[in-house]
Design a protein around this ligand. Structure first.
Ligand SMILES: [Fe+2]
Length: 490
């Protein structure tokens, strides 16, 4: 049951022991109004922060009386925070994909999404009818602002107006793959790496590399040894690494319309992970190396040291917060806590290419997600990783931020306290200071007031808490990923 809260539908179903976390359901409620206003700023806005933070995530979970059943199922909504002249302008706008427009016109959901089947029984769910919602990441490139899903091609956006510009071609012209929402930007060259997936009798990967001016530098097609669902991947100067984790979709069940894509997947830890090390030049065949079973949403970074690859990421022993009838990402939409039995620990693969061996190490066993890197360190050796973190308990909904020095193991944290949710913190470099100085911009939800805010933290002084807090007039649903576009990029 959703109750109106301003323009946002807030699910306030209460159930016993879950009452103290019921406020989290605002992360999965619809934001039906598109805003444009200047929110109140508390604290001190750093003068050097000049540019726009773009964020993407699901913004609509209800239509025509039907509610989605999973946190990953909402239509993509872009939020923009424009920092200029000591003020911040806030806007939100849905990505006008054909799916969004078709259902808007119908006044109801008509198409299946990852977990929520289309209404009407078997027929509307037979075959692959999942369309892009362009609702996972936003990536600013010199030529375009892109909104990515994990289905088909990305959508272009006008960075000034947030107007949807339609599907944008990436990769080789003759390839129709579903490009992963996570892309990699080589900090040395500015080249942009994308990875597409084509499911079929065998899973095929399509790797594409674009120059900063958009030109396609190279592309290759690689057959995977097994089907696996993965969300993010690694790149180094010479390699791309894909972790084929043992979360396997059943295409027969999905295509027959018997199961949603998510519900067709099984976690099979007995199979372990299989790391595919792909030569970016295409000169060598991919190397396949086994590793312990581990579920990864997000990579931090990877780099080469001689003939060794170091790859840091957040890993889980089980993805039960994501798949299954009681998964936390599903029960959140019913206003209750569900399964989330393993923490996202910060882990490292040390891949010895000479010995053909993978060693997995734990850098921090505490709860983390949404790894963020100083962009200038991408594909090179890094020292710091920035994460969301939970101050207590095993939960995928976090209330703090952490900076980990992967060389010394030092972990600096700040918690907003129980009753506050903090999302991914985008790192913005302070061009006037040393290289690891900058700001972390994290979109939070205050459960006490049911209002969202953007916290601005000094990246190297996390323990001081936010230096500024931009107070929105309403809650916003969970925004997965963001991108900073400096004013100098205009
Ligand atoms: Fe992601």
């Amino acid at each position: 049951m959703c109750l109106p809260f301003g323009d946002v539908m807030v699910d306030r179903k209460q159930s016993g022991a879950d009452d103290d976390k019921a406020w989290l359901s605002s992360l999965a409620c619809s934001m039906t109004q598109e805003h444009d206003y200047y929110p109140e700023v508390q604290g001190h806005l750093p003068a050097a922060l000049q540019g726009s933070l773009y964020r993407n995530g699901p913004g609509r979970f209800e239509l025509g009386g039907v509610r989605k059943t999973h946190l990953l199922d909402g239509d993509g909504m872009i939020q923009a925070f424009d920092f200029s002249g000591g003020r911040v302008r806030y806007r939100n706008r849905f990505v006008r994909t054909p799916k969004f427009l078709q259902e808007e016109q119908a006044g109801r959901f008509t198409l299946p999404t990852w977990t929520t089947r289309a209404p009407g029984g078997l027929w509307p769910n037979m075959g692959n009818k999942i369309k892009s919602q362009a609702g996972v990441t936003v990536v600013a490139r010199p030529n375009c602002l892109y909104a990515f899903d994990e289905v088909d091609l990305p959508y272009g956006l006008d960075p000034a107006t947030l107007e949807t510009l339609g599907e944008q071609p990436v990769g080789a012209a003759n390839v129709r793959a579903s490009y992963k929402a996570h892309t990699k930007t080589d900090a040395r060259t500015g080249d942009w790496l994308l990875l597409g997936v084509e499911f079929g009798r065998r899973m095929t990967l399509h790797l594409a590399e674009h120059a900063p001016d958009g030109a396609l530098l190279r592309s290759q097609r690689v057959a995977a040894p097994r089907s696996a669902y993965f969300h993010d991947w690694f790149a180094t100067e010479r390699y791309v690494i894909v972790s084929l984790q043992p979360l396997q979709p059943s295409l027969p069940l999905f295509l027959a319309g018997l199961k949603s894509f998510t519900d067709s997947m099984r976690w099979r830890p007995e199979l372990g992970n299989l790391l595919m090390i792909i030569d970016r030049s295409g000169a060598q065949k991919p190397l396949l190396l086994p590793a312990p079973a581990c579920f990864m949403w997000h990579a931090l970074n990877a780099y080469e040291q001689g003939n060794t690859i170091v790859a840091d990421f957040v890993g889980y022993d089980t993805p039960d917060h994501f798949v299954g009838a009681q998964a936390a990402f599903r029960t959140l939409l019913q206003g209750r806590q569900g399964l989330q039995s393993s923490v996202g620990s910060v882990r490292r693969y040390v891949i010895d290419l000479s010995q053909k061996r993978v060693l997995e190490e734990v850098i921090s066993a505490q709860s983390h997600e949404f790894p963020m890197l100083r962009p200038a360190a991408a594909l090179a050796r890094h020292r710091y990783g920035y994460f969301t973190t939970a101050s207590e308990g095993t939960t995928v909904f976090h209330d703090g931020l952490a900076r980990i020095d992967v060389d010394s193991g030092r972990r600096d944290t700040f918690s907003m306290g129980a009753g506050v949710h903090l999302g991914e913190a985008v790192f913005v470099a302070d061009e006037t200071a040393s290289e690891e100085q900058g700001w972390l911009l994290s979109l939070g939800l205050d459960g006490t007031t049911n209002r969202s805010f953007l916290g601005v933290f000094a990246a190297h002084r996390l323990a001081d808490g936010p230096v500024a807090r931009i107070q929105l007039q309403h809650p916003t649903p969970l925004s997965f990923h963001g991108w900073w576009r400096a004013a100098t990029a205009n």
